[in-house]
Design a protein around this ligand. Structure first.
Ligand code: UGA
Length: 449
């Protein structure tokens, strides 16, 4: 099928690349002409595992193209994926102005009927508004468009793998024909007729992918409800960690045993510095706002947000307790990205930690495998090191802020003599307290006495 993708951020680029790799002809556009120029030149503006190789092979096969002219992209596709940003407003409500703008462009530029698919995360009822906007902006007020919602469940860092091996594909539609078109778009995934860039053709056997056809409102709600539930699970684990510290239990033992119950599940129960990134914090806020707008008080999510914000305070309390005076101390921050395997620093807990340490007069040395260049502009006073051992040289304390494997596998025997003081405050519970103490470290983490 001929597809168009509007918005070449994380979601748009991964969606466009994967759909092209699955055999479709894809035209991508973005309001950022420089980004399009870079893509046309074969550069990949974001770090995402396997993205570069699938973009290169789709380009070679002539299945993906880029244009800064939105009209050209709109006319090229039978189906158009809207993948523009929906950032939070001051109030927490999602800002849908980019969606509105795209609706106007589609209505004005299309010359034939189109299936318009929302991929961006939007609050429930946006599809209905989008349908109205497309009609209002079309000449004569007569819409030639069908609208559908197709939320994405991709995780940064594993987005390409997630796209080819989804747990479920959700399509919210108003009529059967839109569902049939979306089924056709995803047929290579549903029938597993693609060359998997992650497993190189030897994918682990999988259950059949659930293809769920719902109303548009339900599809939109499924996305917000899923992300908010995962955020709630993390905050729950974090409160359990606080309890473990007071009571003298081990949060890893507790959450491991909890997770063995299939009704609970073992994932997203890691306690620590809490959740960040551009999805969970904004989606929780937007969901609270949506609920309030229809008279539902989502107290549970307000608590989720509150607990998450407190994680930074809890972490810095531990730093203070260990270091006593922070001013003038050389602190090595291990990890800047909001999680491992990404260069994304948006709403990263590490950034709030760095900001507060600098405010208190600490001398901050930081390291991260991918996120240094993005962080430099924000914190020019920090000294950055590619090599974690360089960051640890002369440090009074090491603060672990992101769960990268390179930190998990750090040789602390090698690091110890480099540091001025053997003190580690672990915001991601990466190490065994006993092992660290056996190595002679003063070691603090979350929920483990
Ligand atoms: C999240 C969802 O997991 C995806 O399913 C969804 O598609 C995506 O948002 C989105 O809406 O686009 P992502 O933001 O890439 O994906 O990150 P996650 O892997 O979910 O991690 C989010 C944050 O939670 C990270 O800061 C991570 O460190 C933290 N986390 C995760 C914990 O603190 N504890 C855990 O047990 C798990």
């Amino acid at each position: 099928m001929r597809l168009s993708v509007i918005g070449c951020g994380y979601v748009g680029l991964v969606t466009g690349a994967c759909l092209a790799a699955a055999g479709h002809e894809v035209t991508c556009t973005d309001i950022d002409a420089e980004r399009i120029r870079r893509l046309q030149a074969g550069e990949v503006p974001i770090y995402e595992h396997h993205l570069e190789e699938i973009l290169a092979s789709a380009r070679k096969a002539g299945r993906i193209s880029y244009t800064a002219d939105a009209g050209e992209a709109i006319r090229a596709g039978d189906a158009i994926f809207i993948c523009v940003g929906t950032p939070p407003k001051e109030s927490g409500e999602a800002d849908l102005s980019a969606i509105d703008q795209v609706a106007r462009q589609i209505a004005e530029q299309a010359r034939s009927p189109k299936l318009v698919i929302e991929k961006s995360t939007v609050p429930a009822r946006t599809g209905l508004e989008l349908q109205r906007a497309l009609a209002a902006y079309s000449s004569g007020g007569k819409s030639n468009f069908r609208v559908a919602s197709n939320p994405e469940f991709l995780r940064e860092g594993t987005a390409v793998g997630d796209f080819f091996h989804p747990d479920r594909i959700v399509v919210g539609v108003e009529d059967e024909s839109a569902a049939a078109d979306l089924r056709e778009i995803y047929r290579p995934i549903l029938e597993r007729k693609f060359h998997c860039p992650v497993h190189k053709g030897s994918c682990p056997s999988q259950h059949e992918v659930a293809f769920l056809v719902t109303t548009i409102n339900s599809a939109e709600l499924i996305k917000h409800a899923s992300n908010s539930f995962l955020a709630l699970k993390i905050s729950y684990a974090n409160v359990i960690a606080d309890l473990c510290e007071r009571i003298g239990a081990d949060v890893k033992e507790v959450t491991h045993a909890m997770g063995l119950d299939p009704r609970i599940g073992g994932q997203f129960l890691s306690a620590g510095l809490g959740f960040g990134g551009f999805c969970f914090p904004k989606d929780v806020q937007a969901f609270i706002h949506l609920a309030a707008s229809v008279g539902v008080d989502f107290d549970l999510l307000k608590a989720t947000e509150r607990v998450n914000k407190q994680r930074i305070d809890r972490f810095l309390e531990k730093v203070h307790k260990a270091l006593w005076v922070v001013k003038g101390k050389h602190v090595a921050v291990l990890g800047l990205a909001f999680k491992a395997n990404t260069d994304d620093i948006r709403f990263a807990p590490a950034l709030e930690v760095v900001k507060r340490l600098l405010e208190e007069g600490a001398i901050v040395h930081a390291t991260d495998p991918e996120a240094i260049s993005r962080t430099k502009a924000l914190f020019p006073k920090v000294t950055y090191h590619e090599d974690p051992y360089d960051a640890l040289r002369g440090a009074d304390a090491a603060l672990v802020c992101t769960e990268w494997d390179v930190f998990r596998n750090l040789d602390w025997n090698r690091a110890k003599p480099l540091m001025a003081r053997g003190l580690v405050v672990d915001g991601r519970n990466l190490y065994s307290p006993k092992h660290m103490r056996d190595l002679g470290f003063e070691y603090y983490s979350f929920g483990r006495s």
